[in-house]
Design a protein around this ligand. Structure first.
Ligand SMILES: [Zn+2]
Length: 257
């Protein structure tokens, strides 16, 4: 069983068609170096906190119970990815620009955590990436979650697929490239959006909101392979397997490898 260190990057509100047409060198880089899909599925509703809880608990929102961006404690609690990593005696870190993201784990499951309110910074994603890279250099946590928020906030402000939205997508990909350049040898790197968007919103059961890109960089993933049928629920089992930690019996997704 492998026991890799893993970095999970979520790019909030990144549509796969925006990724494919944004003109950033990461498009070719992903095709050559990652297993990837541009046809992954979000969850219903495709909304940030429900989707991220589905990432970390590997169950749909109907099961974890948070159906809006207000956290609702589950009726039947399950252990999520952060809890299992901590139970295994490993260290975790989270860097996030949106306060509600603290609820992706139960209190006490994070070794390192840094929150900055995104709206007070011109470029929260770049700041948070800097902070994550510094923490990785100093502490080498076993699992790092870097949450990039600027693409989604731009979508809500200016509209999805607008010029400024594409600019934010390219900045997010610059930051992703910095993570891969600095840590790609030492860490398995998994990247996903949580949902897409249309006009200035998201949350509906339509392809623009539901379809997401997912990238998997690491020795266990075949470069250029495009796995079918992936959803957000598959991320926690994939991270756990890469780290040599058993998946929780309540998790509904399955490992990508
Ligand atoms: Zn979101």
């Amino acid at each position: 069983m492998s026991s890799q260190k893993v970095i999970l990057v979520t790019i909030d509100g990144l549509r796969p068609d925006a990724f494919l047409t944004c003109g950033h060198p990461m498009v070719d880089y992903v095709r050559k170096n990652a297993s990837y899909t541009v046809k992954g599925s979000s969850v219903l509703p495709p909304v940030t906190l429900p989707a991220h809880l589905s990432i970390f608990y590997s169950v749909p929102p109907q099961r974890h119970g948070t159906l809006t961006n207000t956290y609702t404690p589950p009726v039947r609690p399950i252990d999520g990815l952060f809890e299992h990593i901590r139970h295994a005696g490993k260290t975790t870190a989270i860097f996030y620009g949106w306060e509600q993201m603290r609820d992706v784990s139960r209190p006490g499951s994070m070794t390192y955590a840094e929150y900055v309110k995104s709206k007070v910074l011109e470029n929260a994603d770049t700041y948070l990436t800097d902070r994550a890279l510094l923490c990785i250099r100093e502490h080498e946590p076993d699992f790092v979650f870097l949450y990039l928020v600027d693409v989604d906030e731009c979508g809500h402000r200016d509209g999805w697929m607008t010029e400024s939205y594409f600019n934010r997508v390219r900045i997010a990909l610059d930051n992703l490239k910095r993570v891969l350049d600095a840590c790609g040898d030492q860490y398995t790197v998994i990247v996903s959006a949580d949902h897409g968007g249309h006009e200035r919103t998201h949350g509906e059961n339509i392809p623009e909101d539901m379809t997401i890109p997912m990238f998997f960089f690491g020795e266990m993933f075949e470069p250029g392979k495009e796995p079918e049928g992936l959803s957000l629920l598959d991320i926690a089992p994939t991270v756990a397997k890469a780290m040599g930690i058993p998946a929780d019996p309540d998790w509904e997704g399955k490992s990508v490898f």
